[in-house]
Design a protein around this ligand. Structure first.
Ligand code: HEM
Ligand SMILES: *[C@@H]1O[C@H](CO)[C@@H](O)[C@H](O)[C@H]1NC(C)=O
Ligand SMILES: *[C@@H]1O[C@H](CO)[C@@H](O)[C@H](O)[C@H]1NC(C)=O
Ligand SMILES: *[C@@H]1O[C@H](CO)[C@@H](O)[C@H](O)[C@H]1NC(C)=O
Ligand SMILES: *[C@@H]1O[C@H](CO)[C@@H](O)[C@H](O)[C@H]1NC(C)=O
Ligand SMILES: *[C@@H]1O[C@H](CO)[C@@H](O)[C@H](O)[C@H]1NC(C)=O
Ligand SMILES: *[C@@H]1O[C@H](CO)[C@@H](O)[C@H](O)[C@H]1NC(C)=O
Ligand SMILES: CC(=O)N[C@H]1CO[C@H](CO)[C@@H](O)[C@@H]1O
Length: 327
């Protein structure tokens, strides 16, 4: 009995040591990275975010989306924030349609620079802000990992190959998530972010007007919903914004899964979640959940995982002074 306890204790110590060795070899992210160098970092971000969301609550969706677009292209390195004088940056690329909230990040960064100059990376700001907007919209919160460094490269063509398009089918979605070390669970969980925010008609209007090029509609989209959407989006409309979760665009909850299950989600990529048994089962489960608690817990786990994609740590990259340009 005692020797069994002892040996399992030893195994435990070995595992802890192994984990430690792996950690230091990769200089990984950790919760509270700025504990000594900028102890108020997260509090400062939250203070600015509270001010911003009070006057502009519709920025919560866009700000959450920024972190996703950052992480999927060259990892979470704030490359999405870099400006190009010749229009050749990541942010100029078509998949960034409607990305906004850049000024909010600049404002957060300015507040941080005032308190601890040159310490907090823009990539970490995006991760903390994503967590804060989720919590502020009554969604989950999580202990966000920090320690990312900022990249120096932004490339116009990379978003096109790294971000799944709105017309992606399930195999393409799974492949693109897998290429970021994200699982089918991460895919279906993170897609739940579409409970927040709006979309341009142009991201789904082929489903209403010309699905296969024969003037037809998408049979996987609820026909009553198609009628309703056609009233909002005329063919070729490039401007109008549509609430993805009607009436709840500013509340983070599990209603996205009800929409997908009822064939009322806007994108083909949302509908595609019903084409895989695992993702479909998750959608069904969450669509009837009376509270968001398992989805909420899952969302925090998957966001932290997404926040680790190809990060720069240690001495790699830099800490930008201004988020839209390299030092
Ligand atoms: C699974 C693949 C995904 C696809 C194909 C996709 C596609 C899109 C598209 C087409 C829009 C609308 C853009 C527009 O027309 O204005 C959108 C909006 C949005 N996406 Fe996704 N997305 C995906 C995953 C994610 C993930 C992982 C997150 C965050 C964790 C996310 C968060 C958002 C948010 C919050 C909005 C609303 C933005 C706003 O209000 O301006 N999406 N997405
Ligand atoms: C970068 O571009 C944004 C618009 O995309 C603009 O608001 C901002 O002022 C620019 N920043 C710099 C430092 O030029
Ligand atoms: C951008 O990325 C593409 C594809 O990875 C590459 O072929 C191209 O050379 C890059 N452009 C620049 C300016 O680095
Ligand atoms: C999914 O999309 C990919 C990429 O466009 C395509 O090659 C593949 O044939 C599609 N798969 C299905 C099952 O439609
Ligand atoms: C995925 O994980 C493998 C093995 O740990 C690693 O080599 C690779 O760089 C990771 N890819 C991404 C995109 O994080
Ligand atoms: C529908 O798509 C087809 C093929 O892309 C195109 O030739 C046709 O003009 C489109 N019809 C409309 C009404 O946009
Ligand atoms: C998915 O479920 C259906 C019906 O339950 C079954 O016929 C099919 O074989 C399953 N597909 C996979 C890939 O497991
Ligand atoms: C905010 C932003 O920079 N959006 C750009 C995204 O890509 C489109 C299409 O290339 C540009 O026109 C936008 O300026």
């Amino acid at each position: 009995m005692d020797s069994l306890k002892l040996s399992s204790g030893l195994i435990f110590i070995h595992l802890v040591l192994l984990a430690f060795v792996f950690n230091s070899a990769n200089a990984q992210l950790k919760v509270g990275f700025y504990k000594d160098t900028c102890p108020k970092a997260e509090a400062i971000v939250k203070r600015v975010m509270d001010q911003v969301l009070k006057v502009a609550p519709s920025l919560s969706g866009p700000l959450l989306r920024l972190h996703f677009h950052d992480c999927f292209v060259r990892g979470c390195d704030a490359s999405i924030l870099l400006n190009s004088s010749t229009g050749q940056a990541e942010k100029d690329s078509p998949p960034n349609l409607s990305l906004r909230g850049y000024q909010v990040i600049d404002r957060v960064k300015a507040a941080l620079e005032k308190n601890c100059p040159g310490v907090v990376s823009c990539a970490d700001i995006l991760a903390i802000v994503a967590r804060d907007v989720t919590a502020a919209t009554l969604g989950p919160s999580w202990r966000v990992e920090t320690g990312r460094r900022d990249g120096r490269v932004s490339n116009f063509s990379e978003p096109l190959t790294n971000l799944p398009p709105f017309f992606a089918n399930i195999s393409q979605l799974l492949t693109q998530f897998r290429s970021k070390n994200l699982s089918k669970k991460d895919l279906v969980v993170l897609s739940g972010a579409h409970t927040l925010g709006t979309s341009h008609c142009s991201s789904f209007d082929s489903r209403l007007y010309n699905f296969t090029g024969k003037g037809d509609t998408d049979p996987t989209l609820d026909s009553e919903y198609i009628t309703r959407l056609k009233k909002i989006c005329k063919a070729g409309d490039q401007i109008t914004l549509v609430e993805m979760d009607p009436g709840g665009v500013r509340t983070f909850d599990n209603s996205y899964y009800k929409l997908v299950a009822n064939r009322r989600a806007l994108f083909q990529s949302d509908a595609a979640l019903l084409d895989n048994n695992y993702t479909k089962a998750y959608v069904k489960l969450q669509s009837v959940a009376t509270d968001g608690s398992t989805f909420f817990k899952d969302f925090g786990v998957s966001m932290r995982k997404m926040g680790r994609v190809e990060v720069l740590t240690g001495k790699a990259g830099e800490i930008r002074k201004v988020c839209s340009k390299v030092n």
